[in-house]
Design a protein around this ligand. Sequence first.
Ligand code: NAP
Length: 502
Amino acid sequence: MKALLCKTIGNAQSLLLQDIEEPIIGDNQVLISVRACGVNFPDNLIIQGKYQFKPIIPFAPGGEVSGVIIRLGKHVTNFFIGTRVIALCCWGGFAEQLAVDANRVFHIPDKMDWFTAAGTLYNYGTSFYALKQKAQIQSGETILILGAAGGVGLAAVELAKQKGAIVIACASTEEKLAVCKSKGADFTINYLSSDLKEKINIITNNKGVDIVYDPVGGELAEIAIRCIAWNGRYLVVGFASGIIPKLSFNLALLKGCSIFGIFWGSFAEKEPLENYKNINELLTMLLSGKIKQHRHKIYPLENAAEALQDLQDQKVIGKAIIKIGNWEESLVELNSNRPTRDSFKEETSISPIHFYDKSELLKNIGKDLGKTEWLTINQDRIEQFAEATLDFQWVHIDPEKAKTDLPNGKTIAHGYLTMSLVSNFLYQIISIGKVNSFINYGINKARFISPVQVGSEIRMWANINNVEEMPNSSIKLFLNCTIEIKGQKKPAFVAEIISMIF
Ligand SMILES: NC(=O)c1ccc[n+]([C@@H]2O[C@H](COP(=O)([O-])OP(=O)(O)OC[C@H]3O[C@@H](n4cnc5c(N)ncnc54)[C@H](OP(=O)(O)O)[C@@H]3O)[C@@H](O)[C@H]2O)c1
């Protein structure tokens, strides 16, 4: 396989594209056939030996990939071969294949493209954590974002706007500021050509900003903290300028402000549950189009060094992405003979509510899992069901007779067909991590209320009715499920579905 290797500590030009052996995976790892890799600030630091992690040479940089799982370690139970995933790997992503610990891997929603997937976690994950968990940003608050056209900065602009904040975006060129404006920034300041403090005083009427988001550091930091309002929050995100500022504590005292260190990688490791929830929320926002990564450029693997150089030269706006491999050719491995859950799934833009593991369900009794997408019940589906169950009653399979003999002239789906779609629908709205096996255990109070005529659209909504801990550490999950028919008040099917999760 091809990889862009760092064989000696140095700059981007010293990287070498080489053919190397396929990686060997550990028992808790998966092997990913990489499709795309996001380019991030630490990639330059890591090849220069300036990052907190120092991999053994030779290694490929690239900390965030999208791709397809092509091999599973012995102990990996929560993924399939063929699953589309994103992975946070720290390094190794500028390569056709990557071995990575399964706990650093996340599913990609069906409709998300490889490039978006490869550029999502790092930037949005950091900024979401900073704004949500740390700053607890509120609608109407004012936020000053430094380096606002960079990877994390632009993500912060979009996410702060989603929360209803007033965004002041700062960058070094008019082109960068125009992109910030297009992402919703209310005010922009060129901090190279204008006086930052004076501009902020004008914009905030001398009140100052409620939050400073700082991925740049250097001499901007002191100016920014002096622009903070009473009870403000300063988010220390990074030091892209290369200078770690040394601020006097009296500034924090005078402003009554709080200083928050942001280390998303540690947050993800120490609070995986909260991180999973954040990622799910982000994926939902991305799929609904509420937020959309600004893509600077896509570089082929052969030109990945140019991408790193552009990032270092402050030319990149938003996200640079590396495209890896010939996708059409490598799709072959997706067609392995082994069927997977993903191969049966309906295409959907709905992102399931993710539970970190089965025990998290215990804290969510009563939780509404939302609604699935509408699914059309066509004659083909009805006939396939008849063939599978050997139940060939004419009301299901004879459209001609139905025209004359049934009240609406249409065939009717078997009640059990409607019921059989519960699992399909559940995959759309709930996902549970670290599951060894999941067994359909029983059904309570099942009722078929309205017939489903051919051509009808149905969908399901569900909530968690109860969760019981079993002696063998398995969980019994009780879901109230209702399958409704578009345009009709009375549902097609209601039941309490019981599952055992091991
Ligand atoms: N704490 C965390 O968990 C976390 C997570 C991700 C990233 N980070 C850190 O956040 C910082 C920014 O990351 P990023 O991915 O947004 O990087 P990026 O895409 O390169 O953006 C950095 C921005 O900083 C500004 N900048 C000012 N001086 C610079 C210099 N000497 N070299 C490069 N850029 C300079 C540039 O904007 P202008 O040209 O407009 O000034 C640039 O757009 C990095 O220090 C990174 O390590 C921290």
